[in-house]
Design a protein around this ligand. Structure first.
Ligand code: GUN
Length: 294
């Protein structure tokens, strides 16, 4: 069997065009322009690329888009002041502080300082709590994108009763993804670096989501025949020619021979994450404007 390739790039393009349409409607009907501000501290090259892309797509959507670039030496208090200003600014509906931050800044304290209703990353404990108690909330963008692709693949109710294994337990991906799978009535296991017999556990999964950040860690021996595999990994691996290539947490060539469907890297989860940031910004703007987000 050769797996169906889940085309995140095409899915994300569709989602972005929906968001652009919704943005035009919000402007026409309510005079509301969604505003997204991304804050980056320091000069991490990968983060700079991500942040530039977020700003570019936000502008394409018709949002009021701003990027605040702060020096690596910025103190935590200075950053908290910037966030307080954004919380108070009615033109800003979404705030995202790019991670990771320099070591002298306490990420938890920064996330806690963001107004939960502007937290388009869905990382504030209030939003994590809302998600785990089944309330409407801002869901972290990467798991939101993964769950949209899964819902599209399985159709309404199609995940109910399936065994799902989430490899990775981060606040950004693993924990919220597990909650989303649970909300779809999957039987969910969260695995991580200390899990015993990880391949054996993964082979039980009808739905396998990998977010460990280790290049090609999960091989074909980790895939149940007919499983659906979502690869969140974005790793750089040096090829035999000395050039680096982007690869996931799953050995794609092996997995695609066993799975029913799989997301590629690049072109799978990555484009969905930015598109979902735009979706979350629309949601936050609607909340601020007292408009039904639909
Ligand atoms: N760094 C890598 N992914 C993300 C993300 O989704 N949000 C933030 N804030 N930082 C990130």
């Amino acid at each position: 069997m050769t797996a169906k390739i889940i085309d995140g790039k095409a899915f994300a393009a569709g989602l972005r065009s929906m968001v652009a349409q919704q943005t035009a409607q919000l402007k026409d009907r309510h005079g509301l322009v969604p505003g997204l501000t991304v804050v980056i501290v320091g000069e991490d090259p990968a983060s700079q690329i991500y942040v530039r892309n977020k700003g570019k797509v936000a502008t394409e959507m018709g949002f009021l888009s701003d990027t605040i670039t702060l020096a690596r030496e910025t103190t935590q208090d200075q950053l908290l002041n910037v966030i307080a200003g954004l919380n108070a600014d009615p033109a800003v509906h979404g705030i995202l502080v790019q991670l990771p931050m320099p070591d002298h800044i306490d990420e938890g304290a920064v996330i806690m300082a963001i107004d939960p209703n502007k937290d388009v990353d869905g990382l504030h404990p209030i939003n994590a709590g809302r998600l785990s108690s089944g309330q409407n909330t801002l869901v972290p963008c990467t798991p939101l994108g993964c769950s949209m692709m899964l819902a599209d693949h399985f159709g309404q109710g199609g995940m109910s009763g399936k065994r799902a294994v989430m490899v990775g337990r981060s606040n950004l991906v693993g924990k919220p993804m597990a909650q989303l799978l649970l909300a779809e009535h999957c039987t969910v296991t969260i695995a991580h670096s200390r899990t015993q017999d990880l391949p054996g556990l993964c082979r039980e999964a009808d739905i396998l989501v990998a977010a460990v950040g280790r290049a090609e860690m999960l091989g074909g021996d980790c895939i149940k025949p007919g499983a659906v595999v979502i690869d969140v990994g974005m790793n750089r691996l040096e090829g035999p020619d000395g050039k680096t290539k982007l690869c996931g947490d799953v050995k794609f060539d092996e997995a695609r021979e066993v799975a029913a469907a799989i997301t590629p890297v690049p072109g799978g989860v990555g484009p969905m994450t930015i598109a979902c940031l735009m979706v979350n910004t629309i949601t936050a703007a609607c909340w601020a404007g007292g408009i039904d987000a639909g």
